[in-house]
Write a protein that binds this ligand. Structure first.
Ligand SMILES: N[C@@H](CCC(=O)N[C@@H](CS)C(=O)NCC(=O)O)C(=O)O
Length: 215
């Protein structure tokens, strides 16, 4: 389905952009895309600053020029416009549970990986936090962040031993956030989940076999 009225600004290697790319693919929609090169700091250009004042990707721009930043907000808009298939829940209970698990995966997993990456990589010097302001790295945070990632894996394995998908019986945005977290931890931190985490492995084999995961 084509949605020629909207536009997505994103970056190829960005895990937050990947969350939205997967969400869009799962919806079966097609949104014209502009790629930004974060390595040349294109997110700070005057043109993009006018689109996203936090200088982060992704951003969804609507036909009337409204800019929507923040992955959960972008996905919420797309869910309301294209309800099928449901990825944010179809009744009050499912909606809040999916919201709760997605936020937990973001805070306990995704943010921990990001903190470890941004406080350790040479290329992130002065960019320990995203956004328009510049923050020095705190190397002492790296070990703690990695410990948080290790604990996240244990907690996730327990959760997935009780539930087929992160937020319950069906695939949802919480699975997208979690898969992007695990893949980014492996790629940028060389911290894959342990193969002894059998519940994560069984779930990961299923979610990563979906065609959208290759995006
Ligand atoms: N909370 C934001 C986070 C967006 C974000 O941090 N994006 C990263 C890429 S994954 C970015 O734009 N980085 C630019 C930079 O490092 O300056 C969201 O949900 O969209």
């Amino acid at each position: 389905m084509s949605t020629s009225t909207m536009k997505i600004y994103q970056a190829v290697g960005s895990p937050n952009s990947r969350r939205v790319r997967i969400f869009i693919a799962e919806k079966g929609i097609d949104i014209p895309t502009t790629n930004l090169d974060l390595s040349t700091k294109e997110q700070f250009s005057d043109t993009y600053s006018a689109i996203n004042s936090r200088n982060v990707v992704p951003t969804l721009v609507l036909e009337d020029g409204t800019s929507i930043g923040e992955v959960p907000a972008i996905c919420r808009y797309l869910e309301e416009m294209y309800p099928d298939p449901v990825l944010l829940g179809s009744n009050s209970r499912d909606k809040v549970l999916i919201g709760m698990w997605d936020r937990r995966m973001e805070q306990e997993g995704f943010a921990a990986v990001m903190d470890a990456v941004r406080n350790s990589l040479a290329g992130m010097k002065g960019r320990a936090l995203t956004g328009p302001h510049f923050y020095d790295q705190i190397p002492a945070m790296v070990d703690r962040s990695k410990l948080r990632v290790t604990n996240f894996y244990s907690d996730l394995d327990k959760r997935l031993s009780e539930s087929p998908f992160v937020a319950g019986a069906g695939f949802s945005i919480a699975d997208i956030t979690t898969m992007c977290t695990l893949d980014f931890a492996q790629r940028a931190l060389q911290m894959p989940f342990a193969q002894t985490h059998g519940a994560i492995k069984a779930w990961y084999d299923i979610v990563s076999a979906r065609p959208s995961s290759s995006l």
